[in-house]
Design a protein around this ligand. Structure first.
Ligand code: R2B
Ligand code: URA
Length: 289
């Protein structure tokens, strides 16, 4: 079961999970979600719907359209197919932390046990061909620390962010067995897509091309393989709730070659299927369809 250290949650008569449009106990969450074993999260609502459909096709020949439990809100989508939840988290840690904490409470109210969380995302690679899958053995913030720093009541709180070694090692073996271009890596979590990731194709350019190149080279020298915008918050929140977790991101650009994402839509769609392919194999190994 997700560990919810806040004892008040147990005593609350009603819990409105506002951003996913679910009310406890009005919605019978034990019945609806009590058997969940995996939660797959990713930024885009459409991609999560596509993943839910792929999962549905695995379970039923017809592949019926998955139901969005969060349809009363337009913030997030939440599909349940078999024992898997597919939830989008939007861009950046504030968006992710809001929905992840509500999903944690949902699973707690539903009495779920032994649940594992995955972030299946996209990222910018550093010196890696687009389409490469990176399974994070480390997630770091801009200071290359394995922690998510959050100001709480005017003080900075440092939340450790450590992915589960047993899981990422298994995922690596699976990616190899599927012959997908992949590596274990250090994923750097940024608070901005443009200057915050050393880009010079945004509206602002407070540094030179040389500064940009030197910074990206410095990151590569420090072992950083890819950049995205949620990993540290995702892993830290899972760690705080005692939920085993992993981050699998495919790269859509090699940042040593450029800032813009120029790959065509079809390639991106194909690459985006790689993380979910690995997840499906992982599920099989855990005797779930
Ligand atoms: C990867 O891609 C998104 C930005 O394009 C962001 O959510 C992330 O982490
Ligand atoms: N997502 C990011 O955050 N950065 C990239 O370069 C690509 C996807």
């Amino acid at each position: 079961m997700a560990t919810i250290p806040n004892q008040r949650i147990k005593q609350m008569k009603d819990d409105h999970l506002f951003h996913i449009g679910i009310n406890v106990p009005k919605d019978d969450v034990s019945k609806l979600f009590g058997d969940v074993k995996f939660v797959c999260m990713g930024g885009s609502a459409k991609r999560m719907a596509a993943y839910a459909r792929l999962m549905e096709e695995r379970l039923t020949a017809e592949g019926q359209e998955p139901y969005n439990y969060a349809q009363s809100t337009d913030r997030y989508v939440l599909y349940k197919v078999g024992q898997v939840l597919f939830v989008n988290h939007g861009i950046g840690i504030p968006s992710l932390s809001t929905v992840l904490q509500e999903i944690g409470k949902l699973l707690f109210h539903a009495g779920c046990s032994d649940v594992t969380f995955f972030r299946l995302g996209t990222s910018g690679g550093i010196g890696l061909d687009p389409g490469t899958v990176i399974i994070s053995e480390k997630v770091v913030n801009w200071e290359l620390q394995q922690q998510w720093n959050l100001p709480v009541l005017g003080k900075m709180v440092h939340n450790p962010a450590v992915p589960n070694k047993e899981i990422y090692s298994k995922l690596k073996a699976i990616a190899d067995s599927l012959s997908l271009p992949n590596c274990l890596g250090t994923t750097m979590c940024c608070d901005d897509f443009y200057e915050g990731q050393g880009r010079l194709d945004g509206p602002f350019s407070s540094f030179s091309d040389e500064d940009r190149d030197a910074y990206l080279q410095h990151l590569q020298d420090k072992g950083v393989t890819n950049m995205e915008m949620e990993s540290v918050g995702f892993v830290a929140l899972c760690n705080k709730m005692n939920i085993p977790c992993a981050v699998i991101c495919v790269t859509v650009v090699d940042r040593l070659k450029g800032d813009q994402i120029t790959a065509d839509h079809d390639h991106i769609l194909q690459w985006e299927k790689r993380p979910i392919q690995i997840f499906f194999e992982y599920m099989k190994k855990h005797h779930l369809k």
